[in-house]
Design a protein around this ligand. Sequence first.
Ligand code: F6P
Length: 321
Amino acid sequence: MEKIAVTTTGGDAPGMNCVIRAVVRTSIYYGMEIFGIRRGFKGLYEDDIFKMSSRDVSGIINQGGTILKTKRFPEFSERKIREIAIKNLKKRKIEGLIVIGGDGSAKGAYSLYSDFNFPVVLIPASIDNDLYGTDYTVGFDTAVNTAVEAIDRIRDTATSHERVFIIEVMGREKGNLAVEIALACGAEIVLIPERKMEWNEIFDEIEKQEKRGKVSSLIIVAEGAGKASEIAKILQKRFPEREIRFSVLGYIQRGGKPTYFTRTIATKFGFEAVKMLKEGKYGYMVGIKGGNIVHIPLKEVVSGKKSPSFENLKLMEIMAI
Ligand code: F6P
């Protein structure tokens, strides 16, 4: 392969820039031409494609977001839109595509591969860490660290005022992010979509904490398991004597400097993806399993389900006694 392209799609994640940098520089290292596509599949459809050089990715290793910009583009599920996208690649003689993104991006990447047999490699990048086949996605570690830092501050005020705090974190309909945040910030309760808790169980747990002499509590709720504001209302009604407050962390989880771990896997994934295309291996996602770089067929990625770590959830609960 002599010409390949790279794009970022879906929600941004810290470390996407590190991946772009690795893809561009590895391509140049192997003597390939590398093209950037702005705004993901939308830019591919709109033909917003440009040649990149090593200097285009200078000074971005430490920057959150994506220099290629990104967009959600549900229209890409339409075959006629994808046909135009493929035409745009072919007219430039681009022979391979690296897609950087989360689960929506995986579906888009897979459809280009399965419907048109176009050589595609996916690099998982999402704060949600919800992609099947990889232990980590690019950006997840950074988002957990950002949330933990914010929650440490909330803990200070929760402790001083002896309050119960409900903190809503992102993750769409998955609890992976919430569980890791809850374990790392020492929460008392975590609410995730994959393990429903009845109201009575939540009430009992708060009472148990009180009996153990805890004067403040942190409850982490994954956005897919409910709204912190609603939960706060219900808890306030049940515990009128307690001061219940809530905070929604929101988009701060998506920005900021990537951590060491995010940068490392981003660079390794970017390097590996280019190498795969060069060697004619495509239709895969690059991932990391038990510390090793792995290749997972896109078909498995789009059909598999990734669960949060129930082991870590249990550990969090044990530590909350
Ligand atoms: O997939 C990443 C994510 O940040 C989810 O956690 C969240 O539900 C969603 O994106 C928000 O999407 P948008 O940026 O389109 O509002």
